[in-house]
Design a protein around this ligand. Structure first.
Ligand SMILES: Cc1cc2nc3c(=O)[nH]c(=O)nc-3n(C[C@H](O)[C@H](O)[C@H](O)COP(=O)(O)OP(=O)(O)OC[C@H]3O[C@@H](n4cnc5c(N)ncnc54)[C@H](O)[C@@H]3O)c2cc1C
Ligand SMILES: NC(=O)c1ccc[n+]([C@@H]2O[C@H](COP(=O)([O-])OP(=O)(O)OC[C@H]3O[C@@H](n4cnc5c(N)ncnc54)[C@H](O)[C@@H]3O)[C@@H](O)[C@H]2O)c1
Length: 467
């Protein structure tokens, strides 16, 4: 008999949910994780620390209250790294505790150490004691996640030249910072440091940033960040980053040089598969360390699954959890429904962005007619109360069957209220539901009614002429 019915490698969102789902189905489950990494990248270095840091920044800088109390309003004048770190560490500790208890009460055995395949039914565990132990399993789920990519041309020292793991351990709030890569990670941190008063320069190889989002929303984000003194260098590639005595020097391919106290390199991530000895199990990974899977998250080896960031796009905590649960259900022979195709995106820049469904650009490219309905927070009582004068909600509506095709939100609570639109869309609802329903007042959710009426009015005007 095998030691475990199911062995999960990695305790990030996908690994946790996989382990608990299998345990609920009565399987004997083991979960392998390195020391001090319970909860994965998500809890320890990625999602949760960055989102906690953002809350601390928003609170201490008083940024979100300045519309109400004036541009000099601050909760604390000199914000130190320890002010920020205290809150982050508190949340990490609490969340780690929650995960440990959840796993324990579901009788998932936590095996501390680094796993690598011995063959397709066993792994070696290196538990730091100098001796490896061997564990056997019937089925395995690889949930090993990713780490920041670290090119040789960048002189990382984890003090002045950091990646997104190192940025949460900076010793001081830098006066100036270059952010390499305007992806989600780059833009979230660029927002936070700009809010703290750091002079941020963002260097991005492409001509645009976050091009999967609504263009108007990204224009608004750029406007807000420029207002916080952020400089954008689009269409520019970083050739190398050099460490000097007191600062770092960023050399661009165009010949430009930028000096900054800190450089944060956030230009992509790499699957953590190099230490797994995949070949021993009959598996392989691509150049970026990713493992290929089928629609059931099964790898090329029948009893081994892979989930989360290690399988690539969309590489989000939100989707990873679902992948883990679904893979475990499949591995346990339990019937399951596929993940709903409508998946939200939440980007925690300052201000935040969230959307679900199509963008205007996608609809135009596919020659799908749509009408736009807009609500501006400054016209909502709740928008005035919270002091958000820039927020907006945009609905993309089909003039043919009146269904919602996309929901785009920018500003306070965007990542929360997007789910109202997602639910309507997911249940096949139309703009008429939003018109006919009653919303609490005063709320930001009321934006849905305002935008729905706006879209319906425009559709009516066109239909009248078009008869
Ligand atoms: C800065 C940042 C911010 C982010 N913000 C968001 C966000 O706001 N929303 C969102 O949805 N997503 C966000 N993400 C993405 C999110 O963190 C990931 O999608 C998610 O953590 C992936 O989960 P996972 O299950 O693949 O494992 P991960 O969280 O990547 O964890 C993998 C774990 O596997 C362990 N492991 C690896 N190899 C082995 C081995 N051989 N033996 C034992 N253990 C091993 C590692 O130690 C690690 O703990 C962010 C990511 C970063 C970096
Ligand atoms: N809120 C969220 O959901 C959230 C937050 C953070 C991260 N994440 C996830 O984490 C993953 C990684 O994010 P990321 O931002 O590191 O990667 P990314 O690949 O999305 O972005 C990297 C950016 O860097 C640019 N780039 C690459 N090399 C460059 C160079 N030499 N010079 C200038 N620009 C360069 C690329 O063009 C790209 O735009 C993503 O999958 C993302 O979805 C999600």
């Amino acid at each position: 008999m095998y030691d475990y019915d199911l062995l999960v490698l990695g305790s990030g969102p996908s690994g946790q949910k996989a382990a608990i789902a299998a345990a609920k189905l009565g399987r004997r489950v083991g979960l392998v994780e390195r020391r001090d990494m319970l909860g994965g990248v998500c809890i320890n270095t990625g999602t949760v620390p960055s989102k906690t840091l953002r809350e601390a920044v928003l609170y201490l800088t008083g940024l979100s209250q300045r519309d109400l109390y004036g541009s000099s309003y601050r909760v604390k004048d000199e914000i130190t790294v320890s002010d920020l770190a205290a809150r982050t560490q508190h949340v990490i500790n609490r969340q780690t505790d929650v995960i440990r208890h959840q796993l324990a009460r579901n009788r998932v055995a936590i095996i501390t150490g680094t796993g690598r395949f011995a063959d397709a039914h066993s792994v070696w565990i290196d538990g730091d004691s100098g001796r490896e132990s061997r564990i056997t399993f019937d089925k395995a789920i690889i949930a090993a996640g990713t780490r920041p990519a670290r090119p040789d041309s960048v002189d990382f020292d984890d003090r002045t030249i950091v990646d997104s793991d190192g940025v949460i351990n900076l010793q001081t709030v830098p006066r100036s910072m270059v952010v390499v890569g305007a992806g989600v990670i780059g833009m979230e941190y660029a927002s936070m440091f700009a809010a703290l008063g750091t002079k941020v320069t963002v260097v991005e190889r492409r001509e645009r940033m976050l091009d999967f989002c609504d263009e108007e929303v990204i224009e608004s984000l750029k406007y807000h960040l420029r207002d916080l003194s952020v400089t954008f260098r689009f269409g520019e590639e970083v050739a190398s980053v050099e460490k000097h005595q007191t600062a770092a020097l960023c050399v661009l391919k165009s010949g430009k040089k930028i000096v900054a106290d800190t450089v944060m390199y956030s230009a992509g991530r790499q699957g953590q598969t190099d230490g797994l000895d995949l070949a021993a199990a009959g598996l392989s990974a691509d150049r970026r360390g990713r493992i290929e899977v089928d629609a059931n998250y099964r790898t090329a080896v029948e009893n081994i699954y892979a989930v989360g960031d290690v399988i690539g796009f969309p590489a989000l905590a939100s989707t990873s959890m679902e992948q883990g649960r679904l893979a475990a259900q499949h591995a346990c022979g339990e019937p399951e429904r596929p993940m709903h195709e409508l998946q939200p995106i939440g980007i925690y820049t300052i201000p935040e962005i969230s959307f679900v469904g199509k963008t205007e650009e996608e609809l135009t490219d596919s020659a799908t007619p749509f009408e736009v309905g807009i609500a501006r927070y400054r016209e909502l009582a709740r928008g005035q109360i919270v002091g958000d004068s820039y927020g907006m909600l945009k609905l993309l509506v089909s003039p043919q069957d009146r269904r919602l095709l996309g929901v785009h939100v920018f500003g306070t609570g965007a990542t929360e209220i997007v789910h109202i639109g997602q639910t309507v869309m997911g249940c096949g609802g139309t703009v008429d539901y939003l018109i006919d329903t009653v919303f609490n007042y005063p709320t930001l959710a009321e934006a849905y009614k305002v935008a729905a009426l706006d879209a319906a009015n425009k559709i009516r005007n066109i239909t009248r002429l078009d008869r």
